[in-house]
Design a protein around this ligand. Structure first.
Ligand SMILES: [Zn+2]
Length: 497
């Protein structure tokens, strides 16, 4: 609601809900380009040393758990004495989690919001996290509301703690109630806090409930202002980054690279593989080009874990770079469509994302590279929705021929417009403008025809006085039924004289 200016986060490029941004982290003296991946570091056991994360993988930011540091005597003393950057030997920004996750897993932690924030500041954290209540999915609405109230009280308390240059995150909870997520987002946005994790989505991801995850994030995004940096807390599998970014998430954290490596699991953007099942390594990272699967399997446990962890990280950072390039090129949704094919539940996630096309449309650029129609889901993209809205504002003559074929000859009509599935009708003068320059398959599908028919219907409803005639190439009856009765029809395919 407050919509106050956030000087530490600047948006540079957008595509659908995705964006490239710059998160300035004043205490670390660094600017992190987003979307960014924060590798999770357990100070008690690092699979890959933080210095290596920075030097070899280009990690600009990582996350570690202040609750674990607080609870481990020797680590705590060293963190307080030397600071986190020295302790971890990491030159970039360091975010700390508060232990809320431990709270959700083990039911109880023994520190207050003030104590844990002051501790995070004392150990030199650059972005701190208050102790919120990570309400799990599917709880009663009453519980979700009650716990959200507690989280909101703690965020308000966190605002009053003297934190200096340290940024402080404001987790957005609300379980699987999108309206509560929205309310939580609006409340968090109204505070003076800086970074906005969408919390407690890990159980959804563990159960492959990407559709519910999308609804939760979409709710939170509706409450947050556009310049709020959003962290999808606990999302570390590269398969779902493109989906998360397209929803408007800017920060991801990965413990997966290390946890999976420990279990001999090999990450790919199309899902997880077990090392024992691999006869080939479908990757060109240094690990995969210097080992065969047999050689990896033959390594001692700790070495194999490190090598697999390195591969997992390479794949993860590679996907983040691919996503940034897709945003820059304006084809993020094509990438999401590809990733959606990795798993049926990812497809559910993408289809749910398209339920929020109107929300995505607000940040989608008016013009970008060519729109590629690559699946029937493409018919529901924000660009199609925007074109349909635009149809209501276009001026039309008294009689108009809408056609998939040649313009009308003679003076039967005042004008002829093109019809192109999935967009529907448009004046020929717009043919060269985005998204009507789209590349569409010659063998069109039902979803594209239905979307085109909806466009015709939209135009007809906005202009009841205009005589509309549609020249179509044998659209099925079920598609034609979407049109108002007063649109005259002519089947161009049956007219081969
Ligand atoms: Zn690899």
């Amino acid at each position: 609601m407050s919509g106050r200016m956030r000087e530490h986060f600047e948006l540079r490029d957008t595509d659908a809900g995705g964006r490239i941004g710059e998160l300035t982290v004043p205490r670390a003296g660094v600017t992190v380009e987003t979307p960014a991946l924060l590798p999770v570091i357990n100070p008690n056991l690092d699979t890959i040393a933080p210095r290596r994360l920075a030097e070899e993988f280009g990690a600009e930011i990582l996350i570690t758990n202040s609750y674990i540091i607080h609870g481990t005597d020797d680590v705590r003393e060293r963190a307080l004495e030397d600071g986190l950057h020295e302790l971890l030997e990491f030159p970039g920004a360091i975010m700390t989690d508060s232990g809320s996750f431990q709270l959700s897993e083990y039911g109880d932690i023994d520190v207050t919001t003030e104590e844990i924030l002051e501790f995070q500041r004392a150990i030199g954290s650059d972005i701190a996290t208050p102790v919120d209540i990570p309400t799990p999915p599917d709880v009663s609405r009453e519980r979700a509301e009650r716990e959200l109230e507690t989280t909101q009280e703690r965020l308000e308390l966190a605002e009053t703690v003297e934190t200096g240059e340290m940024l402080v995150s404001a987790p957005v909870q609300g379980s699987t109630y999108p309206d509560l997520r929205e309310e939580a987002g609006r409340h968090a946005d109204s505070t003076e806090l800086d970074v906005f994790p969408v919390g407690a989505v890990v159980p959804l991801m563990n159960d492959y409930r990407y559709d519910d995850m999308v609804d939760a994030v979409a709710g939170a995004k509706r409450g947050l202002s556009a310049d709020a940096p959003v962290h999808l807390f606990g999302a570390g599998h590269p398969m779902m980054f493109a989906l998360g970014v397209a929803m408007g998430c800017d920060l991801f954290d990965s413990a997966a690279y290390a946890l999976y490596a420990r279990d001999d699991r090999y990450l790919t953007v199309r899902g997880t593989r077990n090392l024992e099942d691999l006869e080939y390594l479908p990757c060109s990272c240094p690990v995969c080009t210097s080992h065969s699967p047999d050689e990896l399997r033959a390594l001692p446990d700790d070495e194999r874990e490190t090598e697999l962890g390195a591969h997992n990280l390479h794949v993860t950072f590679e996907e983040i770079r691919r996503i940034k390039q897709a945003i820059r090129a304006g084809n993020l949704l094509e990438l999401v469509e590809q990733r959606a094919r990795a798993h049926p539940t990812m497809l559910d996630g993408y289809r749910t994302l398209l339920d929020h096309a109107a929300q995505l449309e607000r940040s989608d650029p008016v013009s970008k590279g060519a729109f590629f129609y690559t699946s029937h889901e493409s018919a529901r993209r924000p660009e199609v929705l925007r074109h349909h809205r635009r149809l209501e504002r276009l001026s039309v003559p008294d009689s108009l021929f809408l056609t998939e074929g040649q313009p009308a000859r003679g003076d039967e009509f005042d004008d002829s417009w093109r019809v192109e599935p999935p967009f529907g009708p448009f004046p020929r003068a717009l043919s060269k403008s985005y998204p009507l320059t789209a590349e569409v398959p010659a063998r069109t599908d039902r979803a594209a025809l239905e979307a085109a028919a909806d466009g015709v219907a939209r135009l007809a409803e906005a202009n009841p006085e205009t005589d509309l005639t549609l020249g179509h190439r044998s659209w099925p009856d079920g598609v034609l039924e979407r049109l108002p009765d007063d649109v005259a029809l002519t089947d161009l395919s049956s007219d081969r004289s």
